[in-house]
Design a protein. Structure first.
Length: 256
């Protein structure tokens, strides 16, 4: 894959009605993600990170502002299978094998024999060769997340949206999955937006970290990450890495 498409959020605001009362979740958020870039969204719970992903996926509308993927609205891109999504819950169908779970988006979209033929390659890409026929109940938590990532890539998407995909994993497994995700992103290069609460995870994976303030979510600051990919795990001990995590942490705390 040569790379993804540009995503633009322009003055996006969103309010929900909760118990007949308006709840402002996002306020005039503007952000442009270059083709093939990796952006991490971080901020306190309830600041609208996941809502921003749902808007980019075309599952939520906006009260004001505009979102474009390339020059199209998100729902048009999603309906063609050009957006991949991975959530914190792998949400695998327990009666379907690894390969069948990965194929699920193709079953929904129909056809696409050339993409279905690449499922064995995707199984290998996420490190699950030999487990093609295994059921979800026979897999570890990390393995199930690998299936979910492969499923998000099966349509060869231009855009990859990830909402806390490793949030339920322990620290050691989470770091292993960070390394795997970096490897997969380098090979495929979809335009990626990752929602996370992990400062280390954001700085390790992303080209830039976008920090949102408390509800209603507004961009508090953007930290550019200068490290080239691939990034080794030894970077977690690097002083420059810690300086960047401190910068992100200061923005999360309201400084900067």
């Amino acid at each position: 894959m040569a790379g993804g498409r540009r995503i633009v959020f322009e003055d996006v605001s969103k309010t929900f009605l909760v118990r007949n009362q308006p709840l402002a979740v996002l306020d005039r958020v503007s952000l442009a993600c270059a083709p093939g870039s990796f952006t991490a969204l971080i901020g306190p719970s309830g600041c609208g990170k996941s809502t921003l992903l749902r808007i980019a996926l075309g599952l939520e509308g906006v009260d004001s502002g505009m979102v474009l993927i390339g020059d199209e609205p998100p729902d048009a891109v999603r309906l063609r299978g050009e957006i991949g999504i991975a959530f914190q819950d792998a949400a695998l169908l327990p009666w379907r094998s690894v390969s069948a779970n990965i194929a699920l988006p193709l079953d929904v979209l129909g056809g696409r024999a050339e993409l279905r033929a690449r499922i064995p390659d995707l199984v290998g890409l996420v490190g699950l060769a030999g487990f093609e026929k295994a059921l979800p109940g026979e897999l570890s938590g990390g393995m199930r997340q690998r299936v979910a990532i492969a499923r998000s890539l099966v349509t060869d998407p231009d855009i990859l949206l990830m909402d806390e995909p490793f949030g339920a994993l322990d620290l050691i497994l989470r770091r292993q999955m960070n390394v795997e995700l970096q490897r997969i992103w380098i090979e495929r290069r979809p335009t990626t937006i990752l929602v996370t609460h992990g400062v280390d995870e954001a700085v390790f994976l992303a080209d830039r970290v976008v920090v949102l303030g408390g509800r209603p979510g507004r961009i508090r600051g953007i930290v550019d990450i200068p490290f080239v990919h691939p990034r080794p795990t030894t970077i977690f001990r690097d002083a420059a890495f810690h300086a960047l995590t401190d910068e992100v942490g200061a923005l999360l705390g309201g400084e900067g």
